[in-house]
Design a protein around this ligand. Structure first.
Ligand code: SF4
Ligand code: SF4
Length: 326
């Protein structure tokens, strides 16, 4: 247990995720000293040694802020989200998993039973993990998986969102400043990022947004100064919130969508499908039959082997099309 201080207390908690959001936090580098001067990091299992019981012992609302990252995948995640919601004045969905499910959310394409069958293929039932197991020392409890991966906002009220996989440290720092402004941003706001699309801050040259075929990144060395989408590489820039500085396109890689949909766009994957539909050049097919046009379009789209994993890599669990299925 840490010694009590007069600084407001904050928490950083990791649900079902990879830990990248914690790395982004540590990558604040010397700005951590500024943060530490203003706040006490009271609870953060990968940085300080306070326990769940220490949080439970706090009065409700005792934490000024909790950054909660990772998706909601298990009953333990939900219990911790509810506890931290109760103890926190501000609860922030920190990073793509908490915001919209991120990569863990792709599990929603399968049932829990089929996921477990894949992971534990060849492992007979008595040896598979169970919620409760009797051992000589007593009863062991393991978290139980939810039927599907949920964004944090589907489990508890969320005050703000910080997007990104992980959020860029500059995004996190801007967001931390914004949430303590007077007056504060409206509840539910996405902080630290822009409202438009990555294309807005991408420096690559746009000329003629029509494409005749789609290509995967290993199939060509792109022209270094020209829009990747115009070169047939599926860049999620038109359907992704700006604010990262177009980091990926700066080094010749397509945006894969980690900041989620721009402001006002309800479904990132549908927005990208719409963008692709609007730039496919079907002019050469003008005189063909509908059947031939459909076949040619199908052949073009077949160049992308995993549309769900491409257009919904980060947002499936929160999407209109894929997120509400059980
Ligand atoms: S589609 Fe991609 S490469 Fe083209 S302008 Fe937008 S972000 Fe840049
Ligand atoms: S360019 Fe796209 S994928 Fe890359 S960091 Fe920015 S939002 Fe994320």
């Amino acid at each position: 247990m840490q010694a009590a201080t007069s600084r407001p207390r904050i928490a950083l908690y990791w649900a079902s995720g990879c830990g990248g959001c914690e790395i982004a936090f540590v990558n604040l580098h010397e700005r951590l000293l500024e943060l530490d001067a203003r706040f006490e990091i009271f609870f953060c299992p990968c940085l300080v040694d306070t326990k769940r019981a220490d949080v439970e012992a706090l009065p409700d609302g005792a934490l000024a802020l909790t950054l909660l990252d990772g998706a909601q995948r298990s009953d333990e995640n939900v219990a911790m989200a509810q506890l931290l919601r109760r103890k926190s004045q501000l609860l922030v969905a920190y990073g793509s998993c908490a915001h919209e499910g991120c990569l863990p959310g792709l599990a929603n394409l399968r049932s829990t039973a089929s996921l477990l069958d894949t992971v534990y293929a060849g492992v007979a039932e008595p040896s598979r993990p169970r919620a409760r197991s009797a051992v000589p020392e007593g009863e062991l409890h393991l978290p139980t998986l939810l039927p599907r991966v949920l964004p944090l906002a589907e489990v508890v009220d969320v005050d703000y969102v910080i997007p990104g996989c992980p959020p860029e440290p500059d995004t996190l720092w801007r967001a931390l400043g914004q949430m303590f402004e007077d007056p504060p941003p409206p509840r539910g706001a996405v902080l630290g990022a822009g409202e438009s699309a990555v294309c807005r801050e991408c420096a690559l040259r746009r000329e003629d947004k029509t494409i005749v075929r789609l290509r995967r990144v290993h199939e060509l060395i792109p022209e270094p100064t020209r829009c990747l989408l115009e070169q047939g590489i599926l860049c999620m820039g038109p359907a992704t919130r700006d604010g990262c500085g177009a980091l990926c396109t700066r080094v010749g890689m397509p945006c894969i969508g980690c900041y989620g949909a721009p402001e006002g766009v309800a479904d990132q994957g549908a927005a990208m499908a719409s963008a692709v539909g609007s730039i496919l050049d079907i002019e050469p097919l003008r005189d063909r039959s509908e059947k031939e046009i459909a076949a040619a379009i199908d052949a073009t789209l077949d160049a992308v082997p995993d549309w769900a994993g491409t257009c919904y890599k980060f947002s499936l669990a929160a999407s209109l099309l894929g997120g509400r299925r059980t």
